[in-house]
Design a protein around this ligand. Structure first.
Ligand SMILES: [Zn+2]
Length: 216
């Protein structure tokens, strides 16, 4: 991974005209690190803020490799030309409104891929790691979310937002240590269009692929 302290200038963003600064060398993207400037197919560039905006229309494509326990990602924004990016920019607002309507006007919606549960400790509710993708909106640590599964709704606090990449067998104590020492509420956020892990703490959470977690 590139040195996060250094930024490389790509010139001006094709949408907003501001300087497109790349911190990660064009593409080390996860839901946790947040958007970085990218180079488009025709050599023009998007700044991180415009990548964040267009991500709604072009979510990161990803697959989880069970054998290697890694996430392979592909960024569809790299395949756009400057003109296509400008056209996408015009579609973002109406698309977002359509999506909100489709999902009952929740502020943020996450679609579940898989889950894993770890004991929470003496007299404490278990920690439930839910893996999936943010369809729209932003999830923060300490949010209260509603888990929707099998026609039932259940409220739960988000104790951490983590990278999807940590979909590895993790002991309860390791997960708790991560939540305590590494999960930073200021930077660990789940943004539109990225695969992430929401760590919830509540009894009786059971979700399957396709279930939704929403925030109002
Ligand atoms: Zn821009």
């Amino acid at each position: 991974m590139a040195d996060k302290g250094k930024s490389v200038s790509y010139g001006n963003c094709v949408i907003c005209g501001r300087e497109a600064l790349s911190k990660y060398g064009g593409g080390e993207l996860t839901g946790i690190e947040g958007p970085d400037a990218i180079k488009l197919k025709d050599g023009q560039h998007l700044c991180g803020a415009c990548v964040r905006k267009l991500r709604l229309l072009y979510p990161l494509q990803w697959t989880f490799d069970e054998a290697k326990r890694t996430v392979e990602t592909k960024d569809p924004l790299w395949e756009l030309t400057g003109d296509e990016a400008l056209e996408a920019d015009r579609q973002v607002v109406p698309y977002r409104e359509d999506l909100r309507e489709q999902y009952g006007f929740h502020n943020a919606v996450f679609i579940v891929d898989a889950m894993a549960e770890s004991p929470g400790g003496f007299l404490k509710a278990p920690l439930v790691s839910v893996f999936g993708q943010v369809l729209y909106g932003t999830f923060y640590m300490q949010d209260e979310v509603t888990v929707i599964s099998g026609g039932k709704e259940m409220k739960a606090p988000v104790v951490a937002v983590e990278e999807y990449q940590f979909r590895i067998p993790m002991s309860a104590s390791t997960l708790k240590d991560r939540v305590r020492y590494y999960a930073d509420p200021a930077t660990h956020i789940g943004e539109t269009g990225y695969p992430i892990q929401l760590v919830l703490q509540a009894k009786g959470i059971s979700v399957k692929a396709g279930d939704l977690i929403v925030k109002d």
